[in-house]
Design a protein around this ligand. Sequence first.
Ligand SMILES: [Fe+2]
Length: 165
Amino acid sequence: MQVESLRELLIAEIRDIYDAEEQIVDELPGIIEKVRSPQLKSALQMHLEETRGQILRLEQVFEKLGEDVEGEKCAGMKGILKEGADAIDDTDEGDVRDAVIIASCQKVEHYEIASYGCVRTWASQLGLNDVAQLLQVTLEEEGNADKKLSQIAESAVNIQAKKVA
Ligand SMILES: [Fe+2]
C-alpha cells in the first residue's frame, strides 16, 4: 500500500506493532520455559501478561481510529525472534542461556520502544490526543520492562555467566 499521509503512516505502523505484539505473545511462553533464574522467569511472566494488555490497548486504538483490528506482518519482529531462538538453541540451560534470553528480550523491547515512540509522536502531531495517551502508557511499560531486564542482567545472572566462561 502506498502511504501518502501521516495518518496512513500511523495506521500502517500500528498494524505492524499489533502483529509484533501477537508474535511476542506466541513466542514468550516457550522462552520463559527455558529460563533458569526465578527472578528472570517472573519478570518475563509479568511482561507476558502486560503484553496481553498492550494488545487490548492497541485494539482500543484501532477503535478510536475507526479502523479494523488487523495486523500487518512485522518482518522486523519475526527476524529478532528468530535470531533470539537460534541463539537460545546454541546454549544449554543455565546462566549463559539466561544472559542470551535477556539480550534477545531487550532487542525485542528496543524495537517496541522505537515503534511506540514514533506512533505516539505521530498521534500527537495529528491531534489524536487520546490515541497518543494510550500509546504513551504502553511506551512506558516497555521502557520499564527494558530497565528491569538491565537490572537483572547487572545482578546475578551475568556475573555467574562470567564465572562459567
Ligand atoms: Fe509490547
